[in-house]
Design a protein around this ligand. Structure first.
Ligand code: AMP
Ligand code: MG
Length: 321
């Protein structure tokens, strides 16, 4: 088990030694190391068992610092940054050569974000380098939204978890790139598309892909529990019901005729923010129940509902299909 605490100075000490620690953000917990130190970055990939074609997000605490490692800040990027940072928005920007190729998987853009959590902001302010930080979970599994989630899976592999409580947003950042005059959404996430469009006008959606590294966070199977997850009632059961051996992830209401302990309701009031906040924690709880499968209800496709549906879709994908 890793030492868990809320001491920014301890996290800083490990990072200065080139080690990797878990850090809280408002989206999910990150596995952080010095983004400009290739050895630390390599350690992140090893600990996560993450394929090297999947690039990392670089975190920092000010636009001035961003400009030290990106070569160009398009006008729309600047506007989005000023509007939404710190917050659940990642921008793909042209990198300077001080950013190791390992961080970007050889791409000439780097993913950048200023996260909105007091502990990681305090840590970033105290450091002279930015932090590369993917989600603090084994590659492909559900992202962690508490220090306990991190400890359960990576506790034996890292020296320290900076505990900042439950992640407020609970779902990864929205990733946005820039092509000529266009703003392109690469991954749906904690900042809803309509909010982005209010600032920069109509955006383009990047189509899903399973192997193209320019399609970030877009592997078909990702964010997945160990138990098979189904989105479609008939697919799971045919015409029969097996309520006892099924865990239910529901949007707004409990269902009758199923043991209540097998059910998790994302938001009793249908609030998308609350639903996103609970999504990964509830998936983990259902995964830990003595059930054979998980059946998830799709929330409506509005606001953060798009990102929640995206995560459920990936969680449900199996290579055998
Ligand atoms: P994670 O930190 O695990 O939420 O993953 C971050 C996501 O950002 C990954 O899915 C990456 O593929 C994506 N990403 C990071 N940098 C880039 C980049 N330069 N271009 C495209 N996608 C990126
Ligand atoms: Mg991840």
């Amino acid at each position: 088990m890793a030492i868990t605490g809320n001491q920014v100075s301890i996290a800083k000490e490990f990072l200065l030694k080139g080690e990797v620690v878990a850090v809280p953000t408002e989206t999910v917990y990150g596995l952080a190391g010095n983004a400009l130190d290739e050895k630390a970055v390599l350690l992140i990939f090893e600990i996560k068992n993450r394929p090297s074609f999947d690039p990392l997000i670089v975190h920092t605490d000010s636009l001035e610092k961003v400009k030290t490692f990106v070569s160009d800040l398009p006008e729309k990027a600047q506007r989005l940054a000023e509007h939404f940072w710190p917050g659940p928005l990642t921008l793909l920007l042209q990198k300077k050569s001080i950013v190791p190729d390992l961080v970007t998987s050889g791409l000439d853009t780097v993913a950048v974000r200023i996260p909105d959590h007091p502990l990681i902001l305090e840590l970033l302010r105290s450091l002279e380098f930015p932090l590369a930080a993917p989600s603090a979970n084994p590659f492909g599994y559900i992202s962690p939204t508490t220090a306990a989630h991190v400890n359960a899976q990576l506790g034996a592999k890292i020296p320290y978890i900076l505990d900042g409580g439950e992640c407020e947003i609970g779902i990864e950042s929205t990733i946005v790139g820039f092509e000529d005059e266009d703003v392109v959404i690469y991954r749906l996430g904690g900042l809803a598309i309509d909010e982005i469009e209010r600032v920069v006008g109509k955006v383009k959606m990047m189509p899903h892909s399973s192997s193209d590294p320019k399609a970030p966070g877009m592997l078909k199977s990702h964010y997945a529990p160990r138990k098979p997850l189904f989105l479609n009632y008939k697919e799971a059961f045919g015409e029969s019901t097996q309520a006892e051996s099924t865990g239910y992830l529901l949007f707004e209401n409990f269902i009758c005729g199923v043991p209540k302990e097998n059910q998790r309701v994302l938001s009793r009031t249908g609030d998308m923010r609350e639903a996103a906040h609970n999504l990964f924690a509830y998936l983990r709880e259902l995964d830990a129940l003595p059930v054979e499968r998980i059946l998830a209800e799709r929330p409506p496709m509005k606001g953060l509902g798009l990102a929640i549906n995206d995560r459920l879709q990936r969680a449900s994908f199996s290579e055998e299909e």
